[in-house]
Design a protein around this ligand. Sequence first.
Ligand code: GDP
Ligand code: MG
Length: 440
Amino acid sequence: LSDRLAETFKNLRTKGKLSASDVDGTVREIRRALLEADVALPVVKEFTQTVRERALGDEVSRALNPAQQVVQIVNEELVGILGGQQRRLEFAKTPPTVIMLAGLQGAGKTTLAGKLAKWLKKDGHTPMLVAADLQRPNAVNQLQVVGEQAGVTVYAPEPGNGVGDPVKVAKDAVAQATRAQHDTVIIDTAGRLGVDAELMKQAANIRKATNPDEVLFVIDAMIGQDAVATAKAFQEGVDFTGVVLSKLDGDARGGAALSVASVTGRPIIFASTGEGLDDFEPFHPDRMASRILDLGDILTLIEQAQQAFDEEEAAKVAEKIASEQFTLDDFLKQMQQLRGAGNIKKMMGMLPGMGSMKQQLDDFDEREIVHTEAIIQSMTPAERTNPKLLNGSRRLRIAKGSGMTVTDVNQLVQRFEQAAKMMKTVARGGTPQIPGMGPM
Ligand code: GDP
Ligand code: MG
């Protein structure tokens, strides 16, 4: 058995932790990337702290180098904060489902109302838009235009009646939607340029009066460092069930997503990506994580980490071969694995000079595996570990027990011996190449 091979396997088996210096360099890079993506500073601090602690506590992954491992942790944490899985809209058990929009002026609420209506309509719903922004003279008209584009009903107060009461409008609208059998109601509300006590009170009152199933906080992704204060103010003043990130089509790397999700703990449900009504999509935490980190190859890294487990399994088999304890039981186990994961082929790929054997395995069909199983299972444990015991009378017994012929048994034993010989040769002289071990 070659020393190098033994050493490789020993290292493979050694469990350990990442060192502080392994971790710190990568964490510094991550910190820089997050700040560049305009994640709010307090969020960056807390986030990098969490990642550092976790990285130092984690077992070393065999398939990744330290930097890759830290990046993987970062990605997992990011996706987690961003809501993990995609969160869908909640619909009411008894229609109509009421969806209220809140956010600063210019955040993209009115545009979103149109996008949401169009999206819902396409999905077979019958949405109604409600103009409860009576603050700006043009706001009602803007919603009417959007509603027309989306092809949906817009509920609006009569124009020219002076300043109306948005709470009453919203409440009447829900009643009207129920009568007219709209299954969804989207309430557009007023926003100010900055956080404003009066505005918060109005939005809170609309919420109270209409008891929405969803309150969506719409925030401009370009808002940068202000995201934290704004989101907190809306959470305290109105509270919301979900977030919509708008203007993601711009330069913003989406740091606001992390800031808002992190300080409010609320899921991001949609992303708005343009001025058109179709520029809109359900939010994907994993994609946003990649965008924030700006690491094109992050998905590849994650995939490699997921493969680590398979490689461990394959490495165990390789180790056994290398230590020359390959038995008929192992042979059978490999045959059985062939069916599913293809671990044996993977293992073959790790050992140089195994090409012909691999080809043979490719040619293996399911029936042959079943026959092999039957024959080996008819052997005693002693026969399986020591095939030299298999004399003529034993072979006859095995053939009978498995319902096969003596020739079949002979062929199997022969094939096993060939395989064992081949593997031992490789194990003595070969250098294993374990994918994922080298630097990438
Ligand atoms: P509101 O004040 O919150 O109702 O915001 P509006 O819906 O009126 O949007 C304000 C401006 O931002 C408008 O000019 C919209 O066309 C624009 N806008 C809204 N959403 C997006 C988006 O996702 N991307 C881009 N590029 N512009 C958007
Ligand atoms: Mg508006």
